[in-house]
Design a protein around this ligand. Sequence first.
Ligand SMILES: Nc1ncnc2c1ncn2[C@@H]1O[C@H](COP(=O)(O)OP(=O)(O)O)[C@@H](O)[C@H]1O
Ligand SMILES: [Mg+2]
Length: 269
Amino acid sequence: MSANISIDYITHTFKGQSEPTLKDIALRIEPGEKIALIGRSGCGKSTLLHMLAGLLKPSEGCVRIRGHQVTKPSAKWNMMFQKPSLYPWMNVRQNAELGLVFNGQKDPQKINRLMDMVGLKDKADAHVQSLSGGQQQRVALARSLATSPDLLLLDEPFSALDAFTRSSLQDEVAEITSKEQLTLVIVTHDIDEAVAMADRVLIMSANPGHIVGEMKIDLPYPRNRASASFSQQREALMNRFESLVNDHVPHSSEKNADAESGNATQAAA
Ligand SMILES: Nc1ncnc2c1ncn2[C@@H]1O[C@H](COP(=O)(O)OP(=O)(O)O)[C@@H](O)[C@H]1O
Ligand SMILES: [Mg+2]
């Protein structure tokens, strides 16, 4: 079952900082929506995602999932990170079922179904070290899905993978979240990833972190990256991002970041 999320005027200032990292973030996410959150490095995307996951408490405002205030992590809203953080002494199946074991509810059939879903049926008994980076992320995905979450939170989960593996995982995660009726929030600095996966893209600017705009991506799944409509949406998002985020005078630290990111898809990096 998917969850609705409401972000009620979150402002956050880290200890020892004089300026807030996030300011006045107010947002509603409907059940089953696939949301991509894009913005430059350091604008506060991970900070906001940690708040959705209950890993960080905002200094002001709150997150509500199904109307309940989020105060701590839960197996119902699972976060998956860039690095899969698997336990090397356990095999694939043992890593995938970890969340269930913690909850005292082993369910071999469910794990078999998940192994199949993430394409690791033949690897269930393999050691995780013998897997490729993409396969390791699949294990992490199976682990996130094992506890039947309402909401999947992904923080740049595919950025370390090669382009082919990345695009197949993007398609698979979009398909799985649709089929399982999950709400998805993915943080990314990759415009293509946002267009490939999201129903709605939220654009964030920095200093302080704030949602400056959004764009709906109205394309059927699985999305055809070679289609003209995909290219149009990609270009529209790029233009929207640049008009919303690049209009302000950058701080010196941002200028350096701009100089480093040469190509267009990394404009949001
Ligand atoms: N625990 C922390 N203490 C102080 N500052 C932090 C902490 N975590 C993140 N920050 C700062 O908050 C800003 C946003 O960080 P982050 O949410 O990681 O950005 P993003 O994910 O968009 O790259 C950065 O300037 C970062 O240095
Ligand atoms: Mg981050």
